[in-house]
Design a protein around this ligand. Structure first.
Ligand SMILES: Nc1ncnc2c1ncn2[C@@H]1O[C@H](COP(=O)(O)OP(=O)(O)O)[C@@H](O)[C@H]1O
Ligand code: SF4
Ligand SMILES: [Mg+2]
Length: 414
């Protein structure tokens, strides 16, 4: 889907210089010993009716961006404007009212849906909390929402474990829609699902967007997942923006060496279109002590001396194509090394056996410490019960995992 086929309106969300540093405490007095620079100066905007895909390796700060925008985590610095209003310092009460318009859908519906609540309770909870509907009115609304997301009103009395992974994610979507939001953060919302189920959920999200005029920040670690749903795609590396461009431009003419490395890992359906797999040497550096200059210089095969010293500016090189790299020539919008253009698809070539060892997929989801239960959004009511993912696998019916790629991650994303 492209911007041309959709009506994308004025800016809904404007993020400027967003930072989130998590303090690291230690020692006898629990003194702050350092900071995890999870998000370190991120800027972008999202327009009405638009989907911005946010990608990058695990740990690069995507979830933190999403949660900080919703103020489920307090930002360290920067500004978030929603419908033109600075919400960065909005008091709790006003923020709670505003959160009706800003919702989140998690990766793992298994752990984000309370296993002891019926679907009616899960989807309708926020309506009760916000005093929007109760009793028969609430039941009617929940039934309509379930039908809208491809389930049936008859499912209302069932519990999460009675559904497949894909169906559970539909319940998660119905819950997010309960308060008629304008903006939804989809945090790895399809990442745990099989490819065929992923496509169904992506189509549902796109249909809902058309119908309800929703705007999405669509987070994924995989560039191939966001391609079809996103109008624009942003690539993050170690807490910073590397590149942001309209989708077609990003996939056809990626400029940042990191984006090119990520794209080289995406299988190309056309076997005649050869592309070299770009090896990223070494591990992602720690965000506690990120590299100087360009944060990517320790893994970039094109790095030069100045990359270690100067932070590249995140600038528009034309047509809304933003990139942060010293080697990108703004006049021609090309990546150049020693005066010559580095063509797309060219990298540090690797023998296939070597390339096969390289993996960009994350080992595990976000850290266990991530979000205290009190930060749970949607209904803003903390779930009393332990999430399903914490229960031993033996307690779960086998059919549950039918359309899941693998077992749920050990830590709940919610
Ligand atoms: N509550 C927290 N306390 C300390 N560090 C955190 C916390 N939440 C996330 N982090 C760290 O911040 C970085 C970014 O994490 P995250 O936003 O979850 O990345 P992503 O969603 O891209 O995988 C990681 O290094 C992670 O370990
Ligand atoms: S600025 Fe230098 S290190 Fe950073 S991406 Fe560009 S070439 Fe690589
Ligand atoms: Mg994440």
């Amino acid at each position: 889907m492209t911007t041309a086929t959709k009506s994308v309106g004025e800016p809904l969300l404007e993020v400027q210089g967003l930072k989130k540093y998590f303090p690291i405490r230690g020692g006898f007095f629990s003194r702050v010993k350092g900071h995890v620079k999870a998000v370190d100066g991120v800027s972008f905007e999202l327009r009405k009716g638009e989907t911005v895909g946010l990608v990058g390796e695990s740990g690069c700060g995507k979830t933190t961006v999403g949660r900080t925008i919703l103020r489920l985590i307090e930002p360290t610095a920067g500004e978030v404007r929603f419908r033109g209003q600075d919400i960065t310092h909005l008091p709790a009460g006003a923020m709670r009212r505003l959160r009706r318009d800003m919702q989140i859908i998690f990766q793992d519906p298994y752990s984000s849906l309370n296993p002891r609540m019926t679907v009616e309770g899960i989807v309708g909870e926020a309506m009760t909390v916000h005093g929007i509907a109760s009793g028969a009115d609430r039941r009617k609304r929940v039934g309509e929402l379930l039908e809208r997301v491809g389930l049936s009103a008859r499912h209302m009395g069932r519990y999460p474990h009675e559904f497949s992974g894909g169906q559970r994610q539909r319940v998660g979507i119905a819950r997010a829609l309960a308060l008629q939001p304008e903006f939804i953060v989809c945090d790895e919302s399809v990442s745990a699902l099989d490819v065929s189920i992923q496509a169904q959920i992506l189509n549902l999200l796109m249909d809902l967007q058309q119908e309800l005029g929703l705007s999405y920040l669509f987070i994924a670690h995989d560039l191939s997942v966001v391609e079809h749903i996103s109008d624009r795609v942003a690539v993050m590396y170690l807490g910073r923006m590397a590149e942001l461009a309209p989708s077609e431009l990003l996939y056809e003419r990626p400029l940042h060496p990191y984006t090119r490395a990520l794209l080289s890992a995406v299988p190309v359906p056309d076997p005649t279109r050869k592309r070299e797999r770009i090896l990223l040497e070494g591990d992602v550096p720690t965000p506690i002590n990120p590299p100087s200059g360009c944060v990517f210089h320790t893994r970039c095969w094109l790095a030069e001396e100045r990359c270690k010293l100067e932070v590249p500016e995140f600038r528009d090189v034309g047509g809304g194509h933003f990139v942060a790299c010293h080697l990108v020539d703004a006049a021609t919008a090309t990546l150049r090394k020693d005066g010559k253009e580095v063509p797309v698809g060219a990298g540090k070539a690797l023998p296939m056996a070597e390339a096969a060892k390289v993996t960009l997929e994350p080992a595990a989801e976000a850290p266990a410490a991530e979000a205290p239960a009190a930060e749970r959004p949607a209904a803003e009511a903390p779930a009393a019960e332990a999430p399903a993912a914490e229960r031993p696998a033996a307690e779960r019916p086998a059919a549950d995992d039918a359309d899941r790629k693998d077992a749920p991650p050990p830590a709940a994303t919610a």
